[in-house]
Design a protein around this ligand. Structure first.
Ligand SMILES: NC(=O)c1ccc[n+]([C@@H]2O[C@H](COP(=O)([O-])OP(=O)(O)OC[C@H]3O[C@@H](n4cnc5c(N)ncnc54)[C@H](OP(=O)(O)O)[C@@H]3O)[C@@H](O)[C@H]2O)c1
Length: 281
């Protein structure tokens, strides 16, 4: 088996490459200098040249607030490039693992979203990821769409690193407590994606760490596990207006993982504990 991984300078791509190393599976970990996702021709030439059996597409335009202003660039990377990758996969009959987001859903209420529930992305980034999903579904049969949320990994920026930095200069912090979801540790997700790559259980999946929390609860647990003395006070989202609207409800049902016989990811408290140990080397 030979795998192409995109976005290896990002959080998820980095951990997918580490997992493939562990499994002794041949892969190419692509970064921007191998092909830029705004260059459709370069994408296709690379895929046709390397001829992977699986593409794990971890690269994306991920600047959620900036996307509201950079709509064209966001769509070039999250929609047009996905079309070029899917076209390439079709041509060489490769499987595609496409990473998507909880932001494809409207994010209201308190239900756990099932994979086929009504979509209505609250922002430009979410719409671009949903359009990417549609392209993958329309063009390919051998695909996995994996929706994740609140991502953290060793290689890149995330909420945990921001909180730990703030802990150096703050004794108390106000954090949003009305957005509910599940964190996703890339080191836990990577083995599942590799299991999928080695299977034929195509379809759409939700794959976050188990358990739900608010950002405020997540922050409090970060400080507890990192041994930082920071008081967290919950705040409503209205107190922190952001350029891109955020969903209040990011609860994702994992039923499709169970039905396909894939193992759910560990609980987020456990994931966070291991991540903080990883950060501390
Ligand atoms: N982060 C989250 O909370 C979150 C939540 C839900 C879903 N997701 C999805 O999960 C996946 C992985 O996210 P992540 O957090 O690992 O992302 P990330 O750390 O922001 O990394 C993004 C990757 O995409 C690459 N990239 C961006 N624009 C590119 C371009 N024009 N050409 C080539 N490469 C380009 C980046 O390369 P450079 O280093 O060169 O910029 C980087 O390697 C993405 O599909 C994302 O949409 C993320």
């Amino acid at each position: 088996m030979k795998i192409l991984v995109t976005g290896c300078s990002g959080q998820l791509g980095f951990d997918v490459c580490r997992e493939l190393d562990r499994r002794n599976i041949a892969y190419y970990g692509a970064v921007r200098s191998d092909f830029d996702l705004t260059d459709k021709k370069a994408i296709q030439q690379f895929i046709e040249g390397y001829k992977p059996e699986v593409v794990i597409h971890c690269a994306a335009y991920t600047a959620v607030d900036k996307a509201e202003d950079e709509v064209d660039l966001c769509r070039k990377i999250n929609v047009d490039a996905v079309k070029a990758i899917a076209d390439g996969c079709k041509l060489i009959d490769a499987k595609l693992i496409y990473i998507s987001t909880d932001y494809v859903f409207p994010g209201d209420g308190e239900k756990f979203y099932n994979i086929d529930d009504e979509k209505n992305p609250p922002n430009v980034y979410g719409k671009s990821k949903l359009d990417g999903e549609e392209i993958v579904k329309d063009l390919l049969e051998k695909y996995f769409i994996v929706r994740i949320s609140w991502v953290f990994g060793i290689n890149g920026h995330n909420f945990i690193k921001t909180m730990l930095k703030l802990a150096d200069s703050h004794a108390d912090l106000k954090v949003v407590d009305d957005q509910i979801g599940s964190p996703t540790y890339t080191a836990d997700l990577a083995p599942l994606l590799c299991d999928m790559a080695q299977s034929e259980k195509y379809g759409t999946y939700h794959a976050t760490n188990e358990g739900i929390c608010s950002w405020a609860q997540f922050a409090a647990e970060i400080f507890k596990l990192a041994g930082k003395n920071v008081e967290v006070t919950g705040q409503p989202s209205e107190a922190y207006p952001t350029k891109a609207k955020r969903p209040l409800n990011s609860r994702l049902s994992k039923k499709s993982l169970d039905e396909a016989g894939f193992k759910r990811l560990p609980d987020w408290h456990d994931a966070l504990d291991r991540y903080i140990k990883e950060l501390n080397g």
